[in-house]
Ligand binder design. Structure first.
Ligand code: ZN
Length: 143
């Protein structure tokens, strides 16, 4: 079941050095990121109970959940786009036209799709461009 900030949870406290009652302070779906100990009030990254951990090893914890979450994050085009254009100067962007000569790494301003980054030349007159919402193949070098 998913966790939310404020959910009670059993966890191992590194300060108390034992399993204590905790409350979730930061969670991302099934992943608990940080917790606060009820006994000493310290906030720290989530550590599963020592006792329960030992029991869970036999049961082979579900790895699939974790993998799905990671994959979802990877394909988020907005995040990919943000990382790709991070540090780039938007004023450098060239206004897109089918006649322009594009190369990998060029920043373009498309009249319909907005800011885009050329990520791959797929054919002599085609480039793969990463936009904020998705990747598109555009025509270029056409005279
Ligand atoms: Zn504690």
């Amino acid at each position: 079941m998913p966790y939310f900030a404020g959910s009670p949870i059993d966890a191992y406290c590194t300060k108390c050095q034992k399993d204590t009652d905790h409350v979730v302070t930061e969670a991302d779906g099934l992943m608990v990121r940080s917790v606060r100990c009820h006994v000493c009030s310290i906030q720290e990254p989530f550590h599963s109970c020592k006792v329960r951990k030992r029991a869970a090893v036999k049961a082979e914890p579900k790895k699939t959940t974790k993998r799905t979450v990671t994959r979802k994050k990877k394909v988020d085009p907005a995040e990919q786009f943000r990382q790709a254009v991070f540090g780039r100067d938007r004023t450098e962007a060239l206004t897109y036209s089918v006649k322009m000569n594009l190369a990998t790494g060029d920043l373009i301003e498309h009249p319909r799709f907005g800011l885009g980054l050329v990520v791959e030349l797929t054919a002599p007159q085609k480039v793969k461009v990463l936009f904020q919402d998705e990747e598109r193949v555009l025509i270029c070098n056409r005279s």
